[in-house]
Write a protein that binds this ligand. Structure first.
Ligand SMILES: Nc1ncnc2c1ncn2[C@@H]1O[C@H](COP(=O)(O)OP(=O)(O)OP(=O)(O)O)[C@@H](O)[C@H]1O
Ligand SMILES: [Mg+2]
Length: 561
Protein backbone atom coordinates (compact mmCIF):
# COMPACT_ATOMS: atom_id res chain seq x y z
CA UNK A 1 0.00 0.00 0.00
CA UNK A 2 1.21 3.57 -0.70
CA UNK A 3 1.45 5.95 2.20
CA UNK A 4 1.46 9.68 1.64
CA UNK A 5 4.28 11.60 3.06
CA UNK A 6 3.43 15.22 3.79
CA UNK A 7 6.41 17.01 5.36
CA UNK A 8 4.86 20.50 5.02
CA UNK A 9 1.78 19.44 6.88
CA UNK A 10 3.93 18.23 9.71
CA UNK A 11 5.70 21.52 9.84
CA UNK A 12 2.39 23.38 9.92
CA UNK A 13 1.15 21.33 12.82
CA UNK A 14 4.31 22.22 14.68
CA UNK A 15 4.71 18.87 16.35
CA UNK A 16 7.38 18.78 18.98
CA UNK A 17 9.94 16.03 19.17
CA UNK A 18 9.86 13.63 22.11
CA UNK A 19 12.06 14.87 24.93
CA UNK A 20 13.29 11.45 25.69
CA UNK A 21 16.29 10.51 23.71
CA UNK A 22 16.38 7.30 21.78
CA UNK A 23 12.77 6.24 22.31
CA UNK A 24 12.72 2.91 20.52
CA UNK A 25 9.84 2.00 18.20
CA UNK A 26 9.36 -1.46 16.69
CA UNK A 27 7.97 -1.14 13.15
CA UNK A 28 6.31 -4.33 11.94
CA UNK A 29 5.39 -4.58 8.24
CA UNK A 30 6.19 -6.98 5.40
CA UNK A 31 6.43 -4.18 2.84
CA UNK A 32 9.92 -2.59 2.87
CA UNK A 33 8.77 0.76 1.32
CA UNK A 34 6.30 1.29 4.11
CA UNK A 35 8.86 0.35 6.71
CA UNK A 36 11.26 2.78 5.09
CA UNK A 37 8.68 5.52 5.00
CA UNK A 38 7.57 5.15 8.60
CA UNK A 39 11.11 4.84 9.87
CA UNK A 40 12.12 7.97 8.07
CA UNK A 41 9.17 9.86 9.58
CA UNK A 42 9.83 8.78 13.14
CA UNK A 43 13.59 9.15 12.99
CA UNK A 44 13.06 12.77 12.02
CA UNK A 45 11.47 13.22 15.42
CA UNK A 46 14.31 11.57 17.29
CA UNK A 47 12.85 8.10 17.65
CA UNK A 48 15.08 5.09 17.15
CA UNK A 49 13.57 2.06 15.53
CA UNK A 50 13.83 -1.65 14.89
CA UNK A 51 11.90 -3.61 12.32
CA UNK A 52 10.16 -6.94 11.91
CA UNK A 53 8.48 -8.45 8.87
CA UNK A 54 5.70 -10.48 10.48
CA UNK A 55 3.91 -11.21 13.77
CA UNK A 56 6.27 -14.01 14.88
CA UNK A 57 9.37 -11.88 14.45
CA UNK A 58 7.58 -8.97 16.13
CA UNK A 59 6.86 -11.06 19.27
CA UNK A 60 10.49 -12.24 19.49
CA UNK A 61 11.93 -8.75 19.05
CA UNK A 62 9.49 -7.18 21.47
CA UNK A 63 10.70 -9.60 24.13
CA UNK A 64 14.37 -8.89 23.51
CA UNK A 65 14.50 -5.16 22.79
CA UNK A 66 11.53 -4.07 24.94
CA UNK A 67 10.49 -1.15 22.66
CA UNK A 68 8.65 1.94 23.89
CA UNK A 69 5.89 1.33 21.31
CA UNK A 70 5.03 -1.03 18.46
CA UNK A 71 3.63 0.09 15.12
CA UNK A 72 2.15 -3.02 13.52
CA UNK A 73 0.47 -3.67 10.19
CA UNK A 74 -2.59 -5.93 10.15
CA UNK A 75 -2.07 -7.89 6.96
CA UNK A 76 1.16 -9.84 7.03
CA UNK A 77 2.25 -13.36 6.05
CA UNK A 78 2.76 -16.20 8.57
CA UNK A 79 1.14 -14.28 11.50
CA UNK A 80 -0.98 -11.20 11.04
CA UNK A 81 -0.93 -8.10 13.21
CA UNK A 82 -4.16 -8.92 15.11
CA UNK A 83 -2.92 -12.33 16.31
CA UNK A 84 0.51 -10.90 17.16
CA UNK A 85 -1.16 -8.04 19.13
CA UNK A 86 -3.27 -10.53 21.05
CA UNK A 87 -0.19 -12.66 21.95
CA UNK A 88 1.91 -9.61 22.90
CA UNK A 89 -0.85 -8.28 25.19
CA UNK A 90 -1.17 -11.61 26.95
CA UNK A 91 2.51 -12.10 27.60
CA UNK A 92 3.58 -10.49 30.93
CA UNK A 93 6.89 -9.55 29.37
CA UNK A 94 5.34 -7.53 26.60
CA UNK A 95 1.82 -6.63 27.71
CA UNK A 96 2.92 -3.18 28.93
CA UNK A 97 4.18 -2.08 25.46
CA UNK A 98 1.70 0.28 23.72
CA UNK A 99 0.65 -0.95 20.26
CA UNK A 100 -0.70 1.07 17.32
CA UNK A 101 -2.19 -1.07 14.55
CA UNK A 102 -2.62 0.25 11.07
CA UNK A 103 -4.73 -0.95 8.19
CA UNK A 104 -6.76 0.15 5.16
CA UNK A 105 -8.93 3.21 5.60
CA UNK A 106 -12.54 2.49 6.11
CA UNK A 107 -11.96 -1.05 7.26
CA UNK A 108 -13.93 -0.65 10.44
CA UNK A 109 -14.24 -4.31 11.11
CA UNK A 110 -10.44 -4.73 11.16
CA UNK A 111 -10.11 -1.70 13.40
CA UNK A 112 -12.52 -3.26 15.97
CA UNK A 113 -10.63 -6.54 15.80
CA UNK A 114 -7.32 -4.78 16.40
CA UNK A 115 -8.63 -2.84 19.38
CA UNK A 116 -10.30 -5.98 20.67
CA UNK A 117 -7.01 -7.89 20.47
CA UNK A 118 -5.50 -5.23 22.75
CA UNK A 119 -4.13 -2.55 20.39
CA UNK A 120 -4.01 0.81 22.11
CA UNK A 121 -4.68 2.84 18.97
CA UNK A 122 -5.45 2.44 15.31
CA UNK A 123 -4.27 4.28 12.23
CA UNK A 124 -5.80 4.11 8.76
CA UNK A 125 -3.71 3.90 5.69
CA UNK A 126 -2.54 5.99 4.03
CA UNK A 127 -0.99 7.11 7.30
CA UNK A 128 -0.80 10.81 7.84
CA UNK A 129 2.76 11.40 9.18
CA UNK A 130 1.59 14.16 11.51
CA UNK A 131 -1.15 11.98 12.88
CA UNK A 132 1.30 9.10 13.21
CA UNK A 133 3.73 11.18 15.23
CA UNK A 134 1.01 12.69 17.44
CA UNK A 135 -0.63 9.38 18.10
CA UNK A 136 2.74 7.76 18.78
CA UNK A 137 3.65 10.51 21.16
CA UNK A 138 0.28 10.42 22.91
CA UNK A 139 0.28 6.72 23.32
CA UNK A 140 3.77 6.75 24.81
CA UNK A 141 2.83 9.64 27.13
CA UNK A 142 -0.30 7.85 28.16
CA UNK A 143 1.68 4.75 28.88
CA UNK A 144 4.20 6.76 30.86
CA UNK A 145 1.44 8.45 32.84
CA UNK A 146 -0.01 5.05 33.60
CA UNK A 147 3.39 3.79 34.65
CA UNK A 148 3.96 6.82 36.88
CA UNK A 149 0.51 6.39 38.36
CA UNK A 150 1.15 2.71 39.03
CA UNK A 151 4.57 3.50 40.51
CA UNK A 152 2.99 6.26 42.58
CA UNK A 153 0.45 3.85 43.94
CA UNK A 154 3.21 1.38 44.84
CA UNK A 155 5.17 4.25 46.38
CA UNK A 156 2.16 5.45 48.36
CA UNK A 157 1.54 1.94 49.57
CA UNK A 158 5.19 1.65 50.59
CA UNK A 159 5.05 5.03 52.32
CA UNK A 160 1.89 3.98 54.17
CA UNK A 161 3.49 0.71 55.21
CA UNK A 162 6.62 2.51 56.36
CA UNK A 163 4.54 5.16 58.16
CA UNK A 164 2.44 2.65 60.01
CA UNK A 165 5.50 0.55 60.82
CA UNK A 166 7.17 3.70 62.15
CA UNK A 167 4.08 4.53 64.19
CA UNK A 168 3.90 1.00 65.56
CA UNK A 169 7.54 1.13 66.62
CA UNK A 170 7.10 4.57 68.17
CA UNK A 171 4.07 3.35 70.10
CA UNK A 172 6.00 0.26 71.15
CA UNK A 173 9.01 2.26 72.33
CA UNK A 174 6.87 4.89 74.03
CA UNK A 175 4.74 2.48 76.01
CA UNK A 176 7.65 0.80 77.79
CA UNK A 177 9.11 2.19 81.00
CA UNK A 178 12.70 1.58 79.91
CA UNK A 179 14.69 4.41 78.33
CA UNK A 180 15.86 3.61 74.79
CA UNK A 181 18.34 5.80 72.88
CA UNK A 182 19.84 5.30 69.45
CA UNK A 183 23.23 6.98 69.43
CA UNK A 184 26.00 7.51 66.90
CA UNK A 185 29.73 6.98 67.28
CA UNK A 186 30.07 10.41 68.84
CA UNK A 187 27.58 9.53 71.63
CA UNK A 188 25.00 11.87 70.12
CA UNK A 189 21.33 10.91 70.44
CA UNK A 190 19.75 10.17 67.05
CA UNK A 191 16.45 8.87 68.37
CA UNK A 192 14.95 8.21 71.76
CA UNK A 193 11.66 7.18 73.28
CA UNK A 194 9.13 9.25 75.19
CA UNK A 195 10.19 8.20 78.71
CA UNK A 196 13.51 10.00 78.23
CA UNK A 197 11.59 13.21 77.55
CA UNK A 198 9.47 12.82 80.64
CA UNK A 199 12.45 11.90 82.84
CA UNK A 200 14.58 14.80 81.60
CA UNK A 201 11.93 17.44 80.98
CA UNK A 202 13.37 18.04 77.49
CA UNK A 203 11.44 17.77 74.25
CA UNK A 204 12.30 15.16 71.65
CA UNK A 205 13.75 17.85 69.38
CA UNK A 206 15.96 19.14 72.20
CA UNK A 207 17.22 15.67 73.04
CA UNK A 208 18.13 14.71 69.48
CA UNK A 209 21.65 15.97 68.85
CA UNK A 210 22.70 16.09 72.51
CA UNK A 211 25.29 13.78 74.04
CA UNK A 212 23.42 11.14 76.02
CA UNK A 213 25.79 11.40 79.01
CA UNK A 214 25.15 15.17 79.22
CA UNK A 215 21.40 14.63 79.05
CA UNK A 216 21.46 12.20 81.98
CA UNK A 217 23.83 14.35 84.04
CA UNK A 218 21.82 17.54 83.51
CA UNK A 219 18.64 15.76 84.61
CA UNK A 220 20.11 14.64 87.92
CA UNK A 221 20.87 11.04 87.00
CA UNK A 222 23.77 9.56 88.98
CA UNK A 223 25.32 6.17 88.55
CA UNK A 224 27.32 3.65 90.50
CA UNK A 225 29.04 0.53 89.38
CA UNK A 226 27.88 -2.60 91.10
CA UNK A 227 30.43 -5.38 90.87
CA UNK A 228 31.06 -7.32 88.78
CA UNK A 229 29.80 -5.23 85.85
CA UNK A 230 26.42 -3.64 86.46
CA UNK A 231 25.93 0.09 86.05
CA UNK A 232 22.98 1.33 88.04
CA UNK A 233 21.50 4.78 87.40
CA UNK A 234 19.30 6.55 89.91
CA UNK A 235 17.08 9.56 89.31
CA UNK A 236 16.02 12.14 91.94
CA UNK A 237 12.41 10.99 91.39
CA UNK A 238 13.34 7.73 93.13
CA UNK A 239 13.53 5.66 89.97
CA UNK A 240 16.32 3.17 89.36
CA UNK A 241 17.63 1.88 86.03
CA UNK A 242 20.17 -0.64 84.83
CA UNK A 243 22.35 0.48 81.92
CA UNK A 244 22.94 -1.70 78.86
CA UNK A 245 24.43 -1.09 75.44
CA UNK A 246 23.88 -3.00 72.19
CA UNK A 247 26.28 -2.33 69.32
CA UNK A 248 24.80 -2.28 65.84
CA UNK A 249 27.26 -4.54 64.09
CA UNK A 250 25.57 -4.58 60.67
CA UNK A 251 25.59 -0.80 60.52
CA UNK A 252 29.20 -0.36 61.47
CA UNK A 253 30.01 1.74 58.44
CA UNK A 254 26.92 3.93 58.75
CA UNK A 255 26.35 6.74 61.25
CA UNK A 256 24.63 4.43 63.78
CA UNK A 257 26.78 3.11 66.58
CA UNK A 258 24.67 1.63 69.31
CA UNK A 259 21.40 1.38 71.20
CA UNK A 260 21.53 2.30 74.89
CA UNK A 261 18.81 1.10 77.21
CA UNK A 262 18.17 2.04 80.81
CA UNK A 263 16.02 -0.75 82.15
CA UNK A 264 13.61 0.39 84.87
CA UNK A 265 14.25 -1.65 88.02
CA UNK A 266 12.43 0.66 90.46
CA UNK A 267 9.86 -1.94 91.50
CA UNK A 268 12.50 -4.62 91.92
CA UNK A 269 14.63 -2.20 93.89
CA UNK A 270 11.70 -1.25 96.13
CA UNK A 271 11.02 -4.92 96.77
CA UNK A 272 14.72 -5.42 97.50
CA UNK A 273 14.70 -2.42 99.85
CA UNK A 274 11.68 -3.77 101.71
CA UNK A 275 13.39 -7.14 101.95
CA UNK A 276 16.62 -5.54 103.11
CA UNK A 277 14.69 -3.49 105.67
CA UNK A 278 12.88 -6.60 106.86
CA UNK A 279 16.21 -8.41 107.09
CA UNK A 280 17.66 -5.56 109.12
CA UNK A 281 14.61 -5.64 111.40
CA UNK A 282 15.02 -9.38 111.73
CA UNK A 283 18.69 -9.00 112.48
CA UNK A 284 17.97 -6.30 115.07
CA UNK A 285 15.23 -8.43 116.60
CA UNK A 286 17.60 -11.38 116.66
CA UNK A 287 20.32 -9.22 118.25
CA UNK A 288 17.84 -7.89 120.83
CA UNK A 289 16.72 -11.40 121.57
CA UNK A 290 20.29 -12.58 121.96
CA UNK A 291 21.10 -9.64 124.19
CA UNK A 292 17.93 -10.13 126.24
CA UNK A 293 18.71 -13.80 126.59
CA UNK A 294 22.27 -13.07 127.68
CA UNK A 295 21.04 -10.44 130.11
CA UNK A 296 18.54 -12.83 131.57
CA UNK A 297 21.30 -15.41 131.91
CA UNK A 298 23.57 -12.83 133.52
CA UNK A 299 20.82 -11.71 135.87
CA UNK A 300 19.94 -15.27 136.70
CA UNK A 301 23.60 -15.92 137.40
CA UNK A 302 23.71 -12.88 139.65
CA UNK A 303 20.53 -13.95 141.33
CA UNK A 304 21.81 -17.45 141.98
CA UNK A 305 25.14 -16.10 143.20
CA UNK A 306 23.14 -13.78 145.45
CA UNK A 307 21.01 -16.65 146.68
CA UNK A 308 24.09 -18.73 147.34
CA UNK A 309 25.74 -15.80 149.11
CA UNK A 310 22.63 -15.15 151.17
CA UNK A 311 22.43 -18.86 152.05
CA UNK A 312 26.08 -18.98 153.06
CA UNK A 313 25.71 -15.71 154.95
CA UNK A 314 22.77 -17.12 156.85
CA UNK A 315 24.60 -20.35 157.67
CA UNK A 316 27.74 -18.52 158.71
CA UNK A 317 25.87 -15.98 160.79
CA UNK A 318 25.03 -18.37 163.67
CA UNK A 319 28.47 -19.91 164.20
CA UNK A 320 30.01 -16.45 163.75
CA UNK A 321 27.65 -15.23 166.45
CA UNK A 322 28.51 -17.87 169.04
CA UNK A 323 32.22 -17.95 168.12
CA UNK A 324 32.35 -14.20 168.67
CA UNK A 325 30.48 -14.43 171.91
CA UNK A 326 32.74 -17.30 173.06
CA UNK A 327 35.81 -15.35 172.04
CA UNK A 328 34.63 -12.38 174.05
CA UNK A 329 34.05 -14.63 177.06
CA UNK A 330 37.40 -16.34 176.44
CA UNK A 331 39.03 -12.93 176.37
CA UNK A 332 37.52 -12.11 179.75
CA UNK A 333 38.52 -15.54 181.12
CA UNK A 334 42.07 -15.14 179.84
CA UNK A 335 42.32 -11.71 181.40
CA UNK A 336 41.13 -13.15 184.69
CA UNK A 337 43.51 -16.15 184.51
CA UNK A 338 46.43 -13.91 183.65
CA UNK A 339 45.47 -11.61 186.49
CA UNK A 340 45.21 -14.56 188.86
CA UNK A 341 48.54 -16.06 187.72
CA UNK A 342 50.18 -12.70 188.31
CA UNK A 343 48.68 -12.41 191.83
CA UNK A 344 49.66 -15.99 192.55
CA UNK A 345 53.26 -15.54 191.44
CA UNK A 346 53.54 -12.23 193.35
CA UNK A 347 52.26 -13.96 196.56
CA UNK A 348 54.58 -16.88 195.95
CA UNK A 349 57.55 -14.59 195.63
CA UNK A 350 56.62 -12.80 198.93
CA UNK A 351 56.23 -16.12 200.74
CA UNK A 352 59.51 -17.45 199.34
CA UNK A 353 61.38 -14.43 200.67
CA UNK A 354 60.44 -15.57 204.26
CA UNK A 355 61.71 -19.11 203.70
CA UNK A 356 65.25 -18.08 202.91
CA UNK A 357 67.37 -20.42 200.74
CA UNK A 358 64.63 -23.01 200.54
CA UNK A 359 62.18 -20.36 199.31
CA UNK A 360 64.65 -19.06 196.68
CA UNK A 361 65.06 -22.63 195.41
CA UNK A 362 61.26 -23.05 195.05
CA UNK A 363 60.80 -19.69 193.24
CA UNK A 364 63.76 -20.53 191.00
CA UNK A 365 62.18 -23.88 190.07
CA UNK A 366 58.82 -22.22 189.37
CA UNK A 367 60.51 -19.53 187.25
CA UNK A 368 62.33 -22.30 185.40
CA UNK A 369 59.02 -24.09 184.67
CA UNK A 370 57.44 -20.82 183.60
CA UNK A 371 60.32 -20.05 181.31
CA UNK A 372 60.54 -23.52 179.80
CA UNK A 373 56.83 -23.38 179.02
CA UNK A 374 57.02 -19.76 177.83
CA UNK A 375 54.12 -18.92 180.10
CA UNK A 376 54.78 -15.16 180.08
CA UNK A 377 54.78 -15.13 176.31
CA UNK A 378 51.66 -17.33 176.18
CA UNK A 379 49.86 -15.07 178.59
CA UNK A 380 50.62 -12.01 176.42
CA UNK A 381 50.08 -13.76 173.10
CA UNK A 382 46.77 -15.41 173.98
CA UNK A 383 45.39 -11.95 174.60
CA UNK A 384 46.61 -10.96 171.14
CA UNK A 385 45.32 -14.16 169.55
CA UNK A 386 41.90 -13.66 171.02
CA UNK A 387 41.88 -10.00 169.90
CA UNK A 388 42.97 -10.93 166.38
CA UNK A 389 40.38 -13.74 166.24
CA UNK A 390 37.77 -11.30 167.33
CA UNK A 391 38.89 -8.89 164.61
CA UNK A 392 38.77 -11.73 162.07
CA UNK A 393 35.31 -12.64 163.21
CA UNK A 394 34.32 -8.97 162.89
CA UNK A 395 35.51 -9.06 159.29
CA UNK A 396 33.66 -12.28 158.60
CA UNK A 397 30.56 -10.66 160.02
CA UNK A 398 31.07 -7.62 157.77
CA UNK A 399 31.62 -9.76 154.67
CA UNK A 400 28.47 -11.70 155.46
CA UNK A 401 26.59 -8.44 155.83
CA UNK A 402 28.06 -7.11 152.56
CA UNK A 403 27.13 -10.28 150.77
CA UNK A 404 23.58 -9.99 152.00
CA UNK A 405 23.39 -6.32 151.22
CA UNK A 406 24.95 -6.75 147.76
CA UNK A 407 22.74 -9.56 146.62
CA UNK A 408 19.50 -8.41 148.20
CA UNK A 409 17.88 -11.49 146.70
CA UNK A 410 15.18 -11.22 149.24
CA UNK A 411 14.21 -7.89 147.71
CA UNK A 412 12.77 -8.58 144.28
CA UNK A 413 10.55 -5.56 144.63
CA UNK A 414 11.75 -2.05 145.17
CA UNK A 415 12.47 -1.07 148.69
CA UNK A 416 13.86 1.98 150.34
CA UNK A 417 17.63 1.77 150.46
CA UNK A 418 20.64 3.94 150.99
CA UNK A 419 22.80 4.16 147.91
CA UNK A 420 25.94 5.01 149.92
CA UNK A 421 25.57 1.75 151.82
CA UNK A 422 25.05 -0.15 148.58
CA UNK A 423 28.21 1.32 147.09
CA UNK A 424 30.14 0.56 150.23
CA UNK A 425 29.16 -3.09 150.20
CA UNK A 426 29.86 -3.33 146.46
CA UNK A 427 33.35 -1.89 146.92
CA UNK A 428 33.96 -4.46 149.64
CA UNK A 429 32.79 -7.26 147.37
CA UNK A 430 35.14 -6.23 144.55
CA UNK A 431 37.89 -5.05 146.90
CA UNK A 432 40.11 -7.94 146.01
CA UNK A 433 40.12 -6.82 142.38
CA UNK A 434 40.59 -3.15 143.20
CA UNK A 435 43.17 -3.15 145.94
CA UNK A 436 46.24 -4.09 143.88
CA UNK A 437 45.76 -1.50 141.16
CA UNK A 438 43.88 1.42 142.56
CA UNK A 439 43.54 3.61 145.57
CA UNK A 440 39.86 4.17 146.13
CA UNK A 441 38.64 7.56 147.35
CA UNK A 442 35.07 7.81 148.56
CA UNK A 443 33.29 11.12 148.87
CA UNK A 444 29.83 10.16 149.99
CA UNK A 445 27.39 13.04 149.99
CA UNK A 446 24.38 13.44 152.18
CA UNK A 447 21.79 11.59 150.13
CA UNK A 448 18.29 10.54 151.06
CA UNK A 449 17.27 6.89 150.96
CA UNK A 450 15.50 6.05 147.71
CA UNK A 451 13.03 3.43 146.59
CA UNK A 452 14.97 1.12 144.33
CA UNK A 453 16.07 -2.37 143.60
CA UNK A 454 19.28 -2.09 145.61
CA UNK A 455 20.64 -5.46 144.46
CA UNK A 456 20.36 -4.40 140.84
CA UNK A 457 21.89 -0.96 141.46
CA UNK A 458 24.80 -2.63 143.25
CA UNK A 459 25.34 -4.63 140.08
CA UNK A 460 25.52 -1.34 138.13
CA UNK A 461 28.20 0.01 140.49
CA UNK A 462 30.07 -3.26 140.39
CA UNK A 463 30.17 -3.31 136.55
CA UNK A 464 31.41 0.30 136.43
CA UNK A 465 34.00 -0.31 139.14
CA UNK A 466 35.34 -3.46 137.44
CA UNK A 467 35.58 -1.58 134.12
CA UNK A 468 37.43 1.23 135.89
CA UNK A 469 40.02 -1.09 137.36
CA UNK A 470 40.38 -2.88 134.00
CA UNK A 471 41.13 0.48 132.36
CA UNK A 472 43.99 1.16 134.78
CA UNK A 473 47.13 -0.41 133.43
CA UNK A 474 49.47 -0.34 136.43
CA UNK A 475 48.47 1.95 139.27
CA UNK A 476 45.71 4.49 139.41
CA UNK A 477 42.94 6.08 141.34
CA UNK A 478 39.22 5.51 141.51
CA UNK A 479 37.07 8.25 142.99
CA UNK A 480 33.50 7.55 144.00
CA UNK A 481 31.28 10.54 144.70
CA UNK A 482 27.61 10.76 145.56
CA UNK A 483 25.43 13.85 145.81
CA UNK A 484 21.82 14.89 145.99
CA UNK A 485 20.63 17.58 143.58
CA UNK A 486 17.24 18.59 142.12
CA UNK A 487 15.56 15.49 143.49
CA UNK A 488 18.10 13.27 141.79
CA UNK A 489 20.91 11.23 143.21
CA UNK A 490 24.15 11.39 141.23
CA UNK A 491 26.77 8.71 141.62
CA UNK A 492 29.99 9.36 139.76
CA UNK A 493 32.78 6.85 139.45
CA UNK A 494 35.99 8.25 137.94
CA UNK A 495 39.15 6.44 137.05
CA UNK A 496 42.60 7.47 135.88
CA UNK A 497 42.62 4.71 133.27
CA UNK A 498 43.19 4.58 129.53
CA UNK A 499 40.05 6.53 128.54
CA UNK A 500 37.67 5.68 125.68
CA UNK A 501 38.46 6.75 122.08
CA UNK A 502 35.85 8.99 120.40
CA UNK A 503 34.97 6.38 117.76
CA UNK A 504 34.08 3.83 120.45
CA UNK A 505 32.32 5.93 123.07
CA UNK A 506 28.98 5.72 121.24
CA UNK A 507 29.13 1.96 121.21
CA UNK A 508 30.05 1.02 124.77
CA UNK A 509 26.42 0.48 125.84
CA UNK A 510 25.74 -1.88 122.92
CA UNK A 511 25.35 -5.47 124.02
CA UNK A 512 28.46 -7.52 123.18
CA UNK A 513 30.59 -4.49 122.43
CA UNK A 514 33.93 -5.13 124.03
CA UNK A 515 37.53 -4.17 123.42
CA UNK A 516 38.74 -6.75 125.87
CA UNK A 517 40.39 -9.97 124.88
CA UNK A 518 38.33 -13.12 124.54
CA UNK A 519 37.48 -14.49 127.94
CA UNK A 520 38.04 -11.21 129.77
CA UNK A 521 34.95 -9.36 128.65
CA UNK A 522 31.59 -10.34 127.21
CA UNK A 523 30.61 -6.75 126.43
CA UNK A 524 27.45 -7.03 128.49
CA UNK A 525 28.43 -5.14 131.64
CA UNK A 526 27.42 -1.67 130.54
CA UNK A 527 24.35 -2.76 128.56
CA UNK A 528 23.02 -4.48 131.69
CA UNK A 529 23.89 -1.40 133.75
CA UNK A 530 22.11 0.83 131.23
CA UNK A 531 18.99 -1.35 131.35
CA UNK A 532 18.86 -1.35 135.14
CA UNK A 533 19.31 2.43 135.33
CA UNK A 534 16.62 2.93 132.64
CA UNK A 535 14.25 0.81 134.72
CA UNK A 536 14.87 3.25 137.57
CA UNK A 537 14.01 6.13 135.16
CA UNK A 538 17.57 7.34 135.33
CA UNK A 539 20.47 7.63 132.93
CA UNK A 540 24.20 7.17 132.61
CA UNK A 541 26.53 9.84 131.25
CA UNK A 542 30.11 9.10 130.20
CA UNK A 543 32.92 11.61 129.94
CA UNK A 544 36.27 10.35 128.83
CA UNK A 545 39.64 11.53 127.66
CA UNK A 546 42.09 9.13 126.13
CA UNK A 547 45.15 8.76 128.36
CA UNK A 548 43.54 10.64 131.25
CA UNK A 549 40.57 8.66 132.40
CA UNK A 550 36.83 8.21 132.42
CA UNK A 551 33.92 9.28 134.56
CA UNK A 552 30.58 7.45 134.57
CA UNK A 553 27.80 9.43 136.21
CA UNK A 554 24.63 7.57 137.13
CA UNK A 555 21.53 9.63 137.80
CA UNK A 556 18.66 8.09 139.72
CA UNK A 557 15.59 10.17 140.46
CA UNK A 558 14.41 10.15 144.03
CA UNK A 559 11.05 8.44 143.90
CA UNK A 560 8.52 9.88 146.32
CA UNK A 561 7.13 7.36 148.74
N1 LIG B 1 36.20 3.01 132.57
C1 LIG B 1 36.47 2.64 131.30
N2 LIG B 1 37.62 3.04 130.72
C2 LIG B 1 37.90 2.68 129.45
N3 LIG B 1 37.09 1.92 128.67
C3 LIG B 1 35.93 1.50 129.21
C4 LIG B 1 35.55 1.84 130.54
N4 LIG B 1 34.35 1.29 130.78
C5 LIG B 1 33.98 0.64 129.64
N5 LIG B 1 34.93 0.75 128.71
C6 LIG B 1 34.90 0.21 127.35
O1 LIG B 1 33.57 -0.20 127.07
C7 LIG B 1 33.56 -1.56 126.65
C8 LIG B 1 32.25 -2.19 127.06
O2 LIG B 1 32.17 -2.30 128.46
P1 LIG B 1 31.26 -3.43 129.09
O3 LIG B 1 31.35 -3.33 130.55
O4 LIG B 1 29.90 -3.32 128.46
O5 LIG B 1 31.88 -4.76 128.52
P2 LIG B 1 33.27 -5.43 128.94
O6 LIG B 1 33.79 -4.80 130.16
O7 LIG B 1 34.14 -5.41 127.76
O8 LIG B 1 32.81 -6.92 129.22
P3 LIG B 1 31.95 -7.45 130.50
O9 LIG B 1 31.64 -6.25 131.34
O10 LIG B 1 30.73 -8.04 129.89
O11 LIG B 1 32.81 -8.42 131.15
C9 LIG B 1 34.80 -2.17 127.27
O12 LIG B 1 35.22 -3.29 126.56
C10 LIG B 1 35.78 -1.02 127.19
O13 LIG B 1 36.35 -0.93 125.92
MG1 LIG C 1 32.60 -4.56 131.87
Amino acid sequence: MILLFMPDKIAENNISSPNETAMKILIVDDEPPIVKLISSIISRYGYAFETAVNGIEAIEKAKTINPDAILIDVLMPEMDGIEATSILKKNPKTMHIPIISFSQIGDNETKIKCLNAGANDFLSKPVDPAELIIRLKNIILLKKAEDIKARNEVLMETINTVESAKKEWELTMDCISDIVMLINVKDTILRCNKILSSMTGKSYDELVGMKWQDVLKESGFTFKIKPPATIEYSHPSGKYFVYDIYYLKELETSTYAAVITLHDITERKQAEDILEHKNEELETAYGDLKAAQSQILQQEKMASIGQLAAGIAHEINNPVGFVMSNLNTLQKYTDKINEFVKIQSDSLEDAAKGLGIEGAKITGEIAEHKKSRKLDYIAGDSVNLIRESLEGMERIKKIVQDLKSFSRVDEAERKTANINEGIESTVNIVWNELKYKATVKKEYGDIPPIKCNAGQLNQVFMNILINAVHAIEEQGEIIIKTRHEDNNIFISISDTGSGIPADKINRIFEPFFTTKEVGKGTGLGLSIAYDIVKKHNGDIIVESEVGKGTTFTVRIPVVEK
